[in-house]
Design a protein around this ligand. Structure first.
Ligand SMILES: NC(=O)c1ccc[n+]([C@@H]2O[C@H](COP(=O)([O-])OP(=O)(O)OC[C@H]3O[C@@H](n4cnc5c(N)ncnc54)[C@H](O)[C@@H]3O)[C@@H](O)[C@H]2O)c1
Length: 324
């Protein structure tokens, strides 16, 4: 890819998706700053990049305007990934709003003040709430039912206002069930990494509900590609895209596939009550992003899972007690 910019800043750069965006930018020769408060991010996610002269890792909080401003000089593109995640917002919804709402507002103000050329905003399918029709396209009503969905929608709306009032070049990407290396695998992590960790350690897995709930798993490298394409494609200004592979896989199918790849023959599955508010069905329309970016979500699910599991095997070697 040819980049018409030289310097980028990634918030949440030490997190799961952010660290993959940072990696791609750094390896493409872009001066890249990762900003993270390390609430969920890890230094180890970026350790392999520390010898690149065009990479800088800083500790910073998106809720602190003055602190963040120190890092904005010369930044041309912002990839705003930092967020308070779904799994913690119930414990502290006020902090959730501060990070996802006010934190996004700060980043937009800084982008405007420092004449950033492009602001790429990570949002979520949770902004839709319960599906009213399938497949869900970008025009689906926005009726989030969780603190997380509401605060992320607030972030999206601030993005729109800055676009509208100041003509800031922004694009919103709504992610769904992203999976891949470096995803958190404790109970607050993603289902792919949780199942992988437990099966690797010979432990039973728990399925909440009957396992028929469907997810649209999307490989992290495809999400990175979408972010980079959005940053260099002029027609994406002011647009919102579903950034999802569009595949439909049930949770039981996922468990079976991971067991098959790991060669586990006697998977122990415990079935527990449905998680309150769990959305059972995802069927996502990704036509808009595919057409705009000429992007196909090429990573076949089994191939992506294979790569993720290969990474997890190495990661957990010698860490038998990690995150358990
Ligand atoms: N993983 C998914 O399936 C998924 C789905 C939908 C949307 N998203 C969105 O994608 C983005 C990245 O998510 P992820 O899965 O990589 O999660 P993650 O938790 O791994 O990454 C988020 C990062 O933000 C950092 N962070 C949190 N609060 C911060 C603050 N106040 N200041 C600075 N940094 C802060 C965390 O330490 C973490 O490193 C988020 O905006 C999230 O809402 C992810």
């Amino acid at each position: 890819m040819n980049f018409p910019f030289k310097k980028a800043l990634v918030t949440g750069g030490a997190g799961f998706i952010g660290s993959h965006i940072v990696e791609e930018l750094v390896k493409s020769g872009i001066d890249t700053i990762s900003v993270d408060n390390y609430f969920a991010g890890k230094h180890e996610n970026l350790a392999h990049l520390k010898n690149y002269p065009n990479f800088k890792e800083v500790r910073g909080d998106v809720t602190n305007f003055e602190e963040l401003e120190k890092h904005f000089s010369g930044v041309e593109v912002v990839f705003h990934q930092a967020a308070s995640k779904k799994t913690i917002c119930l414990n502290d919804p006020r902090r959730d709003l501060e990070i996802n709402g006010a934190g996004t507002f700060n980043m937009l103000e800084l982008a405007l003040k420092h004449k950033v050329k492009k602001f790429v905003h990570a949002s979520t399918g949770s902004v839709y709430g319960e599906a009213q029709y399938f497949p869900q396209d970008e025009n689906h009503p926005l009726i989030p039912t969780s603190y997380y969905g509401i605060s992320k929608l607030a972030g999206e709306k601030y993005v729109k206002v800055f676009e509208h009032l100041y003509d800031l070049d922004t694009t919103v990407l709504r992610y769904f069930h992203v999976y891949g290396a470096r995803q958190e695998s404790s109970e607050v992590g993603g289902v792919v990494s949780i199942f992988t960790r437990l099966l690797l350690m010979g432990k039973p897995i728990t399925i909440f509900g009957d396992g028929t709930q469907q997810r649209s798993f999307t490989y992290v490298k495809d999400v990175v590609k979408a972010n980079l394409l959005v940053a260099i494609t002029p027609g994406t200004k002011g647009q919102v895209y579903n950034c999802a592979s569009g595949i439909k896989v049930t949770i039981k199918e996922l468990a079976d596939l991971i067991a098959e790849i790991l060669n586990v023959r006697d998977t122990k599955i415990k079935y527990d009550d449905w998680t309150p508010g769990d959305i059972k069905m995802f069927d996502i329309d990704n036509k808009k992003i595919r057409a705009a970016l000429d992007l196909e979500f090429l990573t076949n699910f089994k191939e992506g899972l294979g790569k993720t599991i290969a990474w997890a095997k190495t990661y957990f070697q010698g860490k038998e007690t990690a995150n358990v």
